[in-house]
Write a protein that binds this ligand. Structure first.
Ligand code: G6P
Length: 613
């Protein structure tokens, strides 16, 4: 949640930071602001709304000079979105400005302390409290700002990535992180700071991922990292493997549409070098190098949130079926708090697009402490979850900017399928013929997805027909049940239509009461072992006058005779099917959202990377 950007160097800082904020808007977009240091003059501009609203609010006469700036795009936690709650915040003396991504959980007693000392607050935020707390420590202890920051950070509880500037030291940005991400790009006599690499990539590929409990003292030509004990730590420079084009829209109206259409390529990228059909071989180093731990595990626990949790559900079916290893699928937010039984030898599979989701991260930290082995299925290279994992496999889906996850989901499914196959092969729970057949099926996925994307006019027509419905039901069985859940989630996120996903058989235990002539019911009814049963479920909905939309396998002649509308997808083995049948559901929600006039890349109240619990 919240995107932060900072710049120090020879360029004019304003355009660098504004452009960076636009790239990070997926992280939050309810207000934005920027603080510029021009010599010893601090200019702060902030506005409720998107970064474009901030730009519009800055008048021609505004002073946008300065070579050092920090900027913020917000997803509100403490205090409603408003101009006054927007970041940056300025300290009581007017000398310090700060931006913050995260939550200070013990801000209330600190605020109380400061109120008693005569501090007044202009906003409702925890950030303003932390900033003034730092200032108070500096004044009281007569110490440097860096020292005051260190002392303050030792007192606070919660998550933060902060950038801090001081009018009396216009050559330094101080930064610190715990739980919220921070990347520092290293240029020639310049540094770029951001929540992820996307604002940095066009200037430099050399970056340092700041670790938890590190403070960065950033000057034009110097980057010093220290721990909270004031000891220097060596910055580890990583080379970014990402191109600028990957984070631009490339001719599409929305990132979401671009990312849906990228899937043939991103799935192929994920399989490349790993899937060797002709040699009947799968190469997945993270699994191969840790087979002892994976095979010894009594159970696997999938830990994830949102769409990634749905990928975990598919993986549960895959791993139990292919590997005969019990699997539990946990919402990270519940898992971290419910005192779960975790023992040394347990394997946790962490699934995350961003690699920064706070609940997932903390759940993993807890499990790691208890001796579990953590395997990360992560998209964002170098992210916190990737670094915390003992081993893992990247999804290689490229940067996902649209808030609703699409290509990351199919990438996760591809990795999890390969994982299941690799473990099953090592364990001897799959025979050679089935292994080879599934490798072939996997290899065919990119072309099958491309076939769906070739012509989406039928899906657009269906979206137009049902876009005014107030509710939707999504039903599926077996491997298609998580797909139904994902279809419902996509629609909710993008079109604000209430949607529920259910196992098709379970529908009789409640949701069927909702069915009338106004309710569109989407069945994921591809040809699999439950096909006959789902056909009966379709009949049950029709008998109650529900409107039926079916995702069906090409060549199916039964379903179209029953459904009001049918979307055909290429036939696939049911284990592989979710990667294919989810695509029309992504498109359906996209078109409904667009037809309803919503900003599908930035749906209200959501953020792509949920770095607060
Ligand atoms: C947010 C996003 C979802 C995503 C979920 C988990 O809710 O809007 O698209 O599925 O977080 O994120 P992660 O990065 O851990 O996969």
């Amino acid at each position: 949640m919240c995107g932060i950007v900072g710049y120090i160097g020879p360029r004019q800082a304003y355009p660098v930071v504004i452009k960076g904020l636009k790239r990070l808007e997926y992280r939050g977009y309810d207000s934005a602001g920027i603080a510029l240091l021009n010599q010893q003059q601090l200019n702060v501009y902030k506005k409720k709304g998107k970064v474009a609203d901030l730009e519009d609010s800055i008048v021609a006469t505004s002073d946008l000079g300065g070579h050092i700036a920090i900027g913020h795009t917000r997803w509100a936690t403490h205090g409603e979105p408003s101009d006054r709650n927007s970041h940056p915040h300025v300290s009581k003396s007017g000398q310090l400005a700060m931006i913050h991504n995260g939550i200070i959980e013990n801000y209330a007693p600190i605020k109380e302390e400061l109120l008693q000392k005569g501090y007044e607050f202009k906003s409702d935020t925890d950030t303003e409290v932390l900033l003034n707390f730092i200032e108070e420590i500096r004044v009281k202890n007569e110490c440097s700002l860096e020292e005051a920051l260190r002392i303050a950070l030792k007192r606070i509880v919660g998550a933060y990535c902060i950038l801090l500037v001081d009018v009396n030291d216009p050559d330094t940005i101080l930064a610190a992180r715990k739980g919220s991400p921070l990347v520092i790009g290293i240029g020639k006599d310049e540094h770029f700071l951001a929540s992820d690499a996307s604002p940095i990539i066009e200037y430099t590929k050399e970056v340092v991922y700041v670790n938890d409990y590190q403070i960065a003292i950033v000057k034009r030509d110097e980057l010093v990292l220290k721990n909270l004990g004031n000891e220097k730590e060596t910055p580890f420079i990583t080379k970014l493997d990402m191109e600028l084009a990957a984070i631009e829209k490339g001719g599409y109206d929305h990132f979401m549409l671009k990312e849906i259409h990228e899937q043939p390529a991103t799935i192929a990228d994920c399989l490349r070098g790993r899937l060797q059909v002709e040699h009947s071989h799968l190469k997945l180093a993270g699994v191969e190098n840790n087979l002892d731990k994976l095979l010894a595990a009594k159970r696997f626990i999938m830990v994830a949130c949102g769409t990634s949790w749905h990928a975990g559900l598919v993986a549960e079916y895959l791993i139990e079926e292919l590997c005969r290893i019990p699997v539990e699928v946990e919402y990270a937010s519940e898992f971290r708090y419910r005192n779960p039984i975790i023992e040394p030898g347990d394997v946790i599979i962490a699934i995350s697009q961003s690699g920064e989701t706070a609940d997932t991260l903390v759940a993993l930290e807890n499990a790691k402490e208890k001796g579990a082995f953590i395997f990360g299925v992560v998209n964002s290279v170098g992210s916190s979850i990737a670094r915390l994992s003992h081993a893992g496999a990247y999804t290689h889906s490229g940067p996902e900017i649209g808030v609703a996850s699409t290509k990351a989901f199919t990438g996760q499914l591809a990795v999890l399928t390969m994982m299941a196959l690799k473990i099953a092969q090592a364990k001897g729970t799959i025979d050679e013929a089935r292994f080879d057949q599934l490798l072939g099926e996997l290899a065919a996925v990119p072309d099958k997805v491309a076939a769906i994307l070739k012509d989406s006019s039928n899906i657009e027509r269906i979206a137009a027909k049902y876009k005014d419905a107030s509710d939707f039901l999504f039903l599926g069985r077996g491997y298609n049940f998580p797909v139904a859940l994902e279809g419902a989630l996509k629609l909710k996120e993008i079109s604000y239509i209430h949607a529920e996903g259910y196992p098709a058989a379970e529908m009789k235990h409640g949701p069927i009461a909702l069915v009338d002539e106004h309710l569109p019911v989407v069945f994921v009814a591809t040809r699999d072992r439950f096909y006959e049963k789902i056909v009966s479920n379709v009949q049950e909905i029709k008998a109650r006058k529900g409107k039926v939309i079916c995702i069906a396998s090409e060549g199916d002649r039964v379903i179209p005779g029953m459904a009001d509308d049918t979307i055909f997808v290429p036939d696939a083995d049911e284990l592989i099917g979710p990667m294919i049948s989810v695509v029309p559901l992504q498109l359906l929600s996209y078109f409904v959202g667009v037809l309803k006039g919503y900003d599908v890349d930035k749906p209200r109240n959501l953020a792509k990377s949920v770095t607060v619990e």
